[in-house]
Design a protein around this ligand. Structure first.
Ligand SMILES: *[C@@H]1O[C@H](CO)[C@@H](O)[C@H](O)[C@H]1NC(C)=O
Ligand SMILES: *[C@@H]1O[C@H](CO)[C@@H](O)[C@H](O)[C@H]1NC(C)=O
Ligand SMILES: *[C@@H]1O[C@H](CO)[C@@H](O)[C@H](O)[C@H]1NC(C)=O
Length: 411
C-alpha cells in the first residue's frame, strides 16, 4: 500500500490544486483537479472554484515537472456561462452565520470510456441565459460531462458521444421521484459514471442506490433503484443524521482480475461527521462491490479505507487548518497495471492532491463479508413513469433514520 503526494503544479504557482481525479490512458496519466479561492464581497463569502487538467507522459503517475492548465470547456469553445446567483433569504428564513455563494466548475472527475477516450464530469451552478434575471430558480448544482480526449472512430465517422460542448446531465422523468414539487434546492453532485456493455450509466445516489442509463442528450432514460441498509457500516448507521454519498467513477473488475473469478463493479462511497468540533468535517470512505449487470445492486461494502488524517509527523510542512485537517475526498478511481493495481486519488485538507494505491488483492481483503446480492432489495426498475409516493416509502423503510436528510440536498 502506498500513499503518494502528487506534485501537481499550477503555473503561476500559488493556487492549491486538490481533489485530483487521476486516470491512465494511452501512455499518459491525466489528473483533473479543483482549486478554490474564498473572497468576501459585502455580506457574501464567495467560493470561486476552478478546474485544471494536468498531463504526465509515461507509465508512472509522478506528474513531476508536468504542468496543469485551466479546464474550462465553455471558454475553450468560446461559449459564455453565467453562474446563477443564490436568491436572497425569504422573509422569516433564518439568516446563516455566514452567507455563501459559489461560482465556477467544482470537483471534475475523469473516467475512461474504452474505445472512445477520456471524459470528465463536474458540478456547476446553473447557467443563466437572461442577464436581467440572474437569480437561480432553484438554487443548487447541476452536473455536466465533456469529452476530454477522444480517440474513437476515425474522423469523418460521426460518433454522437464525441461531445463538442458540455452536456448537462439530468434525471429527466425520474426527477419527480427525487425532488419534492416545491423543492427550492436542487443539488446534483457526484454522479458516478460507468460503462456497461459499451453504454454509459451513472450511479446517481447511494441511499437509495439509484442507477441511471443516460442518452446522448444527458437525460436519464432508465433507472434501477435498490436499497441495502444491512450492508452499510455499523459506525455509519450509528452516526446521527449522516448521509452516504457517492464520489469517483465506478470501474469494472473483470473476471480475470476479480478474486472470486466473478466480474463486479467497484465503487467508493463516503459519509462525514464532526467528532472533533462543530463545523470540522471528518470524512470516511468505503469501497463497495456492485453486481456487473442490471439491476446493479450493491452486494458488499468494505471496512473503512485507510486514507490518512492530518498528522504533523507524516504531513510536515502541510498547511492544514483546524477546520480542514480531517477532510479527505476520493475523486478518482481506476484499475491500472493489467487490472492488478487500484489507484484512488483524493484531495486532503482541501489543499493537497494525494493518491492511495494498492493491489486489487489488498483492496479485496478490505471486504470482510462475502459478495451477496440477496441482502439488497430492488425497489424500482424501469423506463416508465414512477410512482413517487411508493418509492419514497420503500426507500425510507430501507434506508431508515440514518437517511434523515433525504436526497434533495446531495453532496
Ligand atoms: C475562440 O475565439 C478566439 C478569438 O476570437 C479564436 O482565436 C478561437 O479560434 C476561437 N475558438 C473556437 C473553438 O472557436
Ligand atoms: C433523450 O431522452 C429524452 C427524454 O426521453 C428525449 O427528449 C431526447 O430526445 C433523447 N435524446 C436522444 C438523442 O434520443
Ligand atoms: C482489465 O479489465 C477490463 C475490464 O474488465 C478488461 O476489458 C481488460 O481486458 C482488462 N485488462 C487486462 C490486461 O486484464
Amino acid at each position: 500500500m502506498a500513499w503518494l503526494l502528487l506534485p501537481l503544479q499550477y503555473a503561476p504557482p500559488g493556487l492549491a490544486l486538490f481533489n485530483p481525479s487521476v486516470v491512465q490512458y494511452g501512455g499518459s496519466y491525466y489528473a483533473a483537479t479543483r482549486s478554490l479561492q474564498k473572497k468576501q464581497i459585502g455580506e457574501i463569502e464567495w467560493w470561486l472554484s476552478g478546474a485544471h487538467l494536468c498531463k504526465a507522459d509515461g507509465n508512472q503517475p509522478s506528474f513531476k515537472g508536468s504542468s496543469c492548465s485551466l479546464f474550462d470547456p465553455w471558454k475553450d469553445r468560446n461559449l459564455s456561462y453565467r453562474d446563477c446567483i443564490k436568491p436572497p433569504l425569504k422573509p422569516g428564513e433564518k439568516k446563516p452565520k455566514k452567507q455563501r455563494d459559489a461560482k465556477g466548475i467544482e470537483d471534475p472527475k475523469l473516467f475512461v470510456w474504452p474505445g472512445k477516450g477520456v471524459y470528465a464530469t463536474y458540478n456547476r451552478k446553473p447557467h443563466i441565459k437572461d442577464p436581467k434575471r440572474p437569480l437561480c430558480d432553484k438554487f443548487g448544482f447541476v452536473q455536466y460531462m465533456s469529452t476530454v480526449v477522444y480517440d474513437g472512430e476515425p474522423p469523418g465517422r460521426e460518433d454522437p458521444w464525441h461531445l463538442q460542448a458540455p452536456v448537462q446531465l439530468s434525471a429527466g422523468q425520474f426527477s419527480k421521484d427525487i425532488y419534492k414539487k416545491d423543492s427550492r434546492y436542487v443539488k446534483e453532485k457526484n454522479w458516478m459514471p460507468f460503462i456497461h456493455a459499451g453504454e454509459l450509466f451513472f450511479t446517481h445516489s447511494i441511499m437509495p442506490h439509484r442507477v441511471f442509463k443516460v442518452n446522448v442528450t444527458g437525460i436519464a432514460v432508465q433507472q434501477w433503484v435498490s436499497v441495502a441498509r444491512e450492508l452499510l457500516p455499523d459506525e455509519f448507521l450509528q452516526a446521527p443524521k449522516s448521509h452516504m454519498h457517492g464520489g469517483p467513477p465506478v470501474v469494472l473488475v473483470g473476471s480475470s482480475a476479480s478474486g472470486t473469478g466473478k466480474p463486479y463493479y467497484l465503487g467508493v462511497m463516503h459519509y462525514w461527521d464532526m467528532p472533533r468540533m462543530p463545523g470540522a468535517r471528518a470524512y470516511h470512505h468505503y469501497a463497495y462491490q456492485m453486481e456487473a449487470q442490471p439491476p446493479f445492486r450493491i452486494c458488499a461494502v468494505s471496512k473503512e479505507l485507510p486514507l490518512r488524517r492530518y498528522d504533523s509527523t507524516i504531513h510536515a510542512g502541510v498547511k492544514a487548518n483546524m477546520w480542514t485537517r480531517d477532510i479527505n475526498f476520493i475523486s478518482g478511481l481506476q484499475l491500472v497495471d493489467d487490472n492488478k493495481t487500484v489507484h484512488m486519488s483524493y484531495g486532503a485538507f482541501d489543499t493537497d492532491a494525494r493518491m492511495l494505491s494498492m493491489t486489487l488483492t489488498d483492496l479485496e481483503s478490505h471486504f470482510v463479508e462475502d459478495f451477496d446480492c440477496s441482502r439488497s432489495r430492488v425497489v424500482k426498475v424501469g423506463a416508465g413513469r414512477g410512482k413517487p409516493g411508493k418509492e419514497a416509502a420503500a426507500g425510507q423503510r430501507g434506508a431508515a433514520a440514518a437517511d434523515g436528510s433525504r436526497e434533495h440536498v446531495r453532496q
